[in-house]
Write a protein that binds this ligand. Sequence first.
Ligand SMILES: [Mg+2]
Length: 182
Amino acid sequence: MLLVSRYNMEYWETSEYYNLMKDIPMKRIAIYDMDGTIVCSLHRYRTIFDDRGERIDLGYWRENEHRAMEDSLLPLAKQYKQDVSDPFCITIIATARILRNADIEFISTRLGNPDHIVSRAEGDVTSGGTLKVSGLKPILEDYKARFDIWDIVFYEDNVQYLKTVCDYFNIRGVYIPSKQGH
Ligand SMILES: [Mg+2]
């Protein structure tokens, strides 16, 4: 695995190894959920209990979507940033959020823009797992057709979404324990 920090990126891009490797069409793909995985948005998150058990209080979440710039980074964000800097890694954010201006600003200023973002369209009420599968499908198929993809990993704090996505694509999943996995 090639992990390159922004600090030594300049050196890396002039190295012989980089020049040798940059045209080889061999890539890996890293897919990251946002909330509870690389971003802490607990300050605007709460759950409710009903006959289906515990779930996110979507009304409360929607009311506070404009506060996305007050979110903070979780430890895994460091690895996310390394993947964004790695020319051999295709980095994807797969979130069940509806992306508002504040979310887009947070991603570009605090995380760094990935190669692709899968997110919820306004009014789409499908579950996060299904949403991520249908958003990721054309992206993964396209890369698999064009490159030799030697690894695909999905990082997620929601067990159900993790299972849905990894079972569907037969890819490796990494469960990230969090307090906002509903
Ligand atoms: Mg999450």
